[in-house]
Design a protein around this ligand. Sequence first.
Ligand code: ZN
Length: 435
Amino acid sequence: MAAPATSSSTSNTTATPETSVSYRRFGKIRNMTESKREILFLIFQLLENQKYEGTLHRLEQESGLYFNMKYFEDLVSNGNLDEAENYLSGFINFDDNRHSCTTIFEIRKLKYLEALDRQDIAKAHKILLKDLKVFGSINEEVFKQLTLLFSFKNFRENELLSNYGDTKSMRRRFIDISKELIKENPKLHAKLKFPAIKDHRLLKLIIQSLNWQHTRCNPRKREPLFNTLFEDHNCGQSRPMPMNNSMMNTAPGPKARHGALADNLVSYLRFGGKTRTMRGLTMEILFLLFQLLQNEKYEGTLHRLEQESGLYFNTKYFEDLVSNGNLDEAENYISGFINFDDNRHSCKTIFEIRKLKYLEALDRQDIVKAREIFLNDLKVFESFDEELLEQITHQFFLKNFSLNWQHTRCNPPKPEPLFNTLFEDHNCDNSGPCL
Ligand code: ZN
């Protein structure tokens, strides 16, 4: 007769680097990798329920755990081809196998053909030399054919591509091809199915945990108060938390959706238990998620959730973006928290970051970009401070192009010129420190 398969005694716990193992008391978890995988799926479900879609797709990609075919198709249909390729890159590399290789080649080819169709020759050239050239070593002939398309006014004049339709049907064609490739790709086919999970599973687990914590209270109050998820509940100590707890009182960002989570949560509380405020609990769950994402090093997802929930502004991250010159991303990040018409602080912050982008473009002599920033991003401030905008317009846009350019006209130009104001033209002769 066989011995019982496993015993739940503690003697068979083996040393493992996974911290979560030390918290389990009864029995064994199948294996840690599988448990982590399941936790991530519970988080996918929660993010989807909360409509934090940007965060959801970022986590799918960053964890490489679930390829969302519908999302991928939508990106392609809507022409977000860069984002579609970026999403793919979370799952496959062009040198994995021929399915991956062909999928990535096809999406880059589509980008290239669309650029040619738009007569955007600079862009087409860039894609050819930067993105498609790598395939030249695999299939020289195809690469040569693609290069030759520049000589046609319409690439469909090339007989190999004569059956290509308009943009919409080219995208449809790519989706049909890539769907098959993705399904057959050994790197992907295990990642295409979302497991069946009961509704609001993660929230129910959290509630189970609160209920379980209460079973250990002595004495056990009839109406326990669950006032935080950050500490274990204990009837003996569960006085209402002081209201000056700064996190609880954080004003929600404009895009925050507190409450919805907790509405689902409250109906599962047993023992007539009360939570202090529903909004507080919702926020706490999100903070627990921040912690988990940080520990797992899913940083892209972390910052996306900070922004999408509007709950925590990560100053360090914002500073790093600016220092590294990722000004578009910095502005995008801050837009999760403020709008330029909130108040004068918001207005000034957004104005300053756009001004910085504008000045940097002028400094690079990128006049096209500077004009674009001026017309699309800065002109909106005209109604707030007409005079300031006027100065920017005249000083930099119409008369001069950049500080560096101003300096080229100095006679004699100092080796270390001082640019101390934007309101006057720089001139080495009279550039004393501004008072
Ligand atoms: Zn209790």
